[in-house]
Each structure stands twice: as structure tokens, then as C-alpha cells.
Design a protein around this ligand. Structure first.
Ligand SMILES: NC(=O)c1ccc[n+]([C@@H]2O[C@H](COP(=O)([O-])OP(=O)(O)OC[C@H]3O[C@@H](n4cnc5c(N)ncnc54)[C@H](O)[C@@H]3O)[C@@H](O)[C@H]2O)c1
Length: 374
């Protein structure tokens, strides 16, 4: 492909996350041509197209998919639309980036991955935190042997948005028939955490979980009054890794602490590392490292080249991580680079989430994979 060729970008969904994360990514990478933004509410598309310099807007997906200047479509809409929109984009013969989770169960997610492979189209999941400089450094230390054999892997996620029952719930409005506990924190935030723990330390052999509702009644978006909706406010799980490592994870809607609220600790035979993606004092993240001969954890300074050009440790985290995601994804397509963080990863993360939910339901260990890769 010509070195001057740009990737024609179309974005579906023009609300908060597109504004904070996706669109700054395209505006900061000159290999992207900002072609169009689509929203069923066109005033939203207009507002963000003007703000980020996109050429045109659409108010329906079919019209945008017919635009010949668009090579790749970015789906940044509510979760229950991801599967159908991804299918539409693939059917139109365009590459697709979709926010997590790409589907509501692993079978559908694997189906999407298969469709993309059959059409030789590229896919990418909005697994934001893979693009953290601290976590990329941790991954490098695991791959190059700096950490030695990995013994313990711990992933924590804190978020206290739904501690307040008056903060409107948007994931559910009714209790589906037969459901006693509605998977929530493990789906919305757990899909990220599960992906990170798999990306860093390999495939899971089995999981065992405990999910719990702590705030029984809440306000629901678009409805009046408090409503009883037994969502999972917190999930803890233990992980038996294929490698023999031990893992633990916790996701939460009610754990107090700042965003994005991810903490990963890895303990190996030669080194231990703690990556904290928690905004404190304007700093997006920190990384600490210890060795057997120096057991006091010391802070590791992340080199400027581990940040996307123009970004620093003080850049707001959605933009910091998405600027890198957009660069990697654009280069991957334009330069025909090896694929990474694809819909297969989205499907595998979903498969593990499904297993964690099944473990809670049946009060037992669940072996993985539940669904085989196509
Ligand atoms: N990766 C992350 O770290 C992260 C963080 C926050 C949000 N998210 C995800 O980003 C997505 C967007 O979240 P949000 O809070 O910005 O807004 P949202 O999901 O409430 O809505 C986004 C926009 O999509 C539009 N829309 C809905 N259906 C559409 C359709 N069929 N065609 C065109 N437009 C349509 C809506 O009008 C709205 O303006 C969600 O899936 C959310 O889970 C991911």
C-alpha cells in the first residue's frame, strides 16, 4: 500500500465515550482520514463532527456503509447493538473496531470472528487497557523472562458509580424470567479485566466464582422510582491457568476509588510488578517492580517513547490509551501487520465471563473453553 494512503474512518455512535476516547485518537493520527460520524440523533453526530474535524455525518448506518471513502467502521454505541452492527459492517466489506463486549454470549462472538475471517476483514476490540504503557511494560517483562516463572496473577477493578442507588442503572430495566442474579459488573468491567489477565499470563484452564448484589434497589434510566434489580455489584473469581499459575480477580460497581480503577499484580520467580491504572494527583498510572534481592517495590519511570506522540502520564486516560489503540490499529491495516486484540480475543474474554457466571449459578468449578474457537 502506498505510504501516503490514509485509512478512511467512519464512526457509529456520538456520545461520551466517542468524545473522550475514540475521536481524539483519530484527530491525533495523520494516517486517518476522518470521513464520517453516524448517530440516530444527527445533532450529536454534527456536534462531534465539527469538534473533531470529520467531513460529513449520517443518521443511519446503511447510508454510511455505502460511503466508498470509508475503509473501517468504529462502533461506539450501546452494548446491545454491538453484534448486529458488527455483522452489518462486515457484510458491507469494511474492517471493524467494536466496543466491548462485542456480543452478549461467546457463541455469537465467535460467530462474528468467523464471519470476519471468511471475508478476510480485520477486527479490533475496544480493550482500552492493553494500550497502557505500564501494562505493556509488564507484558514485555513476562515475555522476555525478566519476571521468571509466573506464580500469582491478581487483577482488581474498582468503580463506585453504583454505590449510590440514585445513580441510574442502564444495563437492565427488567428482571429476565428465571434470573436470580443479573451479571453486570463482570460483563461491563470484567470483560476488560479477564482480557488483561489472559493477555498477560495466558489461557485459563478453569474458574470458580462468587457473585453478589450489595445494593438491592436502584433508579433505572428512563424510569421513575426505585426498582428491585439484583445485579452483580461485585464478582470475585479464582483462576487455574493452563501454565499452572494461580489467578484471582475482582470486579465491582461499588468499590470506592478513582477511575479507571484497574490494578494488576504479577509475582514471578525472578520479579514482581504492580501496575495501577488509577488516576491520582493528575497521574494516569504507576508501575512498581521488586526483585528477590530488593524486595521493596520501587517506582519504574515509563520512558517517553512508551507514550503515543504528544501524550504524557498526565494525559486523560481515555485519550492516552485510545490514541495508542488508534495508531496500532491504523498501522495494522495500512501496513498489513500481524493482527492483535481481535474479535477472537473478544470472544475468548466473553467465554470466560460466561464460565464465571455459570460457576456462580451452579456453585462449582467450570472448565474452559466453554465454546471452541471456530
Ligand atoms: N472501552 C472502554 O473502556 C469503555 C468505556 C466507556 C464506555 N465504553 C463503551 O462505549 C460504548 C458507548 O458508550 P457511551 O456512554 O458513549 O454512549 P451510549 O452507548 O449510551 O450511546 C452512544 C450513541 O450511540 C447512538 N446509537 C445507538 N444506536 C445507534 C444506531 N443503531 N446507529 C447509530 N447510532 C446509534 C446513540 O444515539 C448515542 O448517541 C458503550 O458500548 C460502552 O459500554 C467503553
Amino acid at each position: 500500500m502506498s505510504p501516503d494512503r490514509k485509512l478512511g474512518v467512519g464512526v457509529i455512535g456520538a456520545l461520551a465515550w466517542a468524545d473522550k476516547a475514540h475521536l481524539p485518537g483519530y484527530a491525533h493520527y495523520d494516517r486517518c482520514r476522518r470521513v464520517a460520524i453516524c448517530d440516530i440523533l444527527p445533532e450529536r453526530a454534527r456536534h462531534l463532527a465539527d469538534k473533531f474535524g470529520f467531513e460529513r455525518i449520517y443518521d443511519n448506518v446503511e447510508a454510511m456503509l455505502a460511503d466508498p471513502d470509508i475503509d473501517m467502521v468504529d462502533i461506539c454505541t450501546p452494548t446491545d447493538t454491538h453484534l448486529a452492527l458488527s455483522r452489518q459492517v462486515l457484510a458491507a466489506g469494511k474492517h471493524v473496531l467494536c466496543e466491548k463486549p462485542i456480543a452478549l454470549n461467546a457463541a455469537d462472538a465467535f460467530g462474528l470472528a468467523r464471519e470476519a475471517n471468511e471475508k478476510a476483514l480485520r477486527t479490533k476490540v475496544g480493550f482500552t487497557f492493553r494500550y497502557s504503557p505500564a501494562l505493556k511494560q509488564m507484558k514485555q517483562w513476562i515475555v522476555d523472562g525478566t519476571m521468571g516463572e509466573i506464580y500469582h496473577v491478581q487483577g482488581f477493578q474498582q468503580n463506585s458509580q453504583w454505590l449510590d442507588p440514585m445513580f441510574p442503572l442502564r444495563q437492565y430495566s427488567e428482571i429476565p424470567p428465571g434470573e436470580k442474579l443479573l451479571p453486570a459488573s463482570i460483563v461491563g468491567y470484567g470483560s476488560h479485566l479477564v482480557d488483561l489477565l489472559r493477555w498477560l499470563a495466558g489461557d485459563f484452564k478453569a474458574v470458580s466464582s462468587l457473585m453478589r448484589n450489595f445494593v438491592p434497589e436502584r433508579i433505572v434510566r428512563g424510569q421513575e422510582g426505585l426498582k428491585r434489580l439484583p445485579i452483580d455489584d461485585g464478582t470475585v473469581a479464582i483462576i487455574d491457568y493452563e501454565s499452572g499459575a494461580q489467578g484471582t480477580l475482582q470486579t465491582s460497581f461499588v468499590a470506592i476509588g478513582n477511575y479507571p480503577g484497574i490494578e494488576i499484580r504479577i509475582y514471578g520467580s525472578k520479579g514482581a510488578a504492580i501496575g495501577r491504572l488509577v488516576v491520582e494527583n493528575g497521574i494516569a498510572e504507576t508501575l512498581h517492580f521488586a526483585t528477590p534481592d530488593q524486595v521493596e517495590f520501587r517506582e519504574v519511570e515509563l520512558p517517553p517513547e512508551s507514550f503515543p506522540p504528544g501524550a504524557t502520564i498526565n494525559t486523560p486516560w481515555p485519550e492516552l490509551y485510545y490514541r495508542q489503540l488508534v495508531r496500532d490499529w491504523t498501522d495494522e491495516i495500512l501496513d498489513d501487520l500481524p493482527a492483535d486484540n481481535t474479535f477472537i480475543d473478544g470472544a475468548k474474554s466473553q467465554d470466560i465471563v460466561d464460565a464465571i457466571v455459570l460457576s456462580q449459578k451452579e456453585r462449582r468449578w467450570v472448565s474452559l473453553p466453554l465454546h471452541k474457537e471456530p
